[in-house]
Write a protein that binds this ligand. Structure first.
Ligand SMILES: [Zn+2]
Length: 90
């Protein structure tokens, strides 16, 4: 499953989550962490666990239809947080 085209949207979603739940410094630290992710090799880091000083992988779920459009949820099995990434506007 090649999801490389979705990555810019995933990053915007996760960065927005950090903005809403952390500080500007957290966002910059998360950007650095994101820059270390090797596409197609490394798991994406969970923002909530990241803010807690932990590094846990996000797992992609199947695409779902929502009132906003198609979304792919990413779920952390550690903290159970879910991040909905909008793929296509309804
Ligand atoms: Zn987590």
């Amino acid at each position: 499953m090649d999801m490389s085209r979705e990555m810019p949207g995933v990053f915007r979603t996760l960065e927005r989550w950090i903005l809403d739940n952390g500080s500007g410094a957290d966002v910059r630290h998360f950007e650095v962490r994101w820059g270390e992710v090797r596409p197609g090799k490394d798991a994406l880091p969970c923002p909530q666990c990241f803010l807690n000083g932990d590094d846990q992988p996000l797992a992609p779920m199947d695409i779902e239809e929502s009132p906003l459009g198609s979304v792919r949820p990413w779920i952390c099995s550690h903290c159970k947080e879910r991040y909905d990434v909008l793929l296509q506007q309804a």
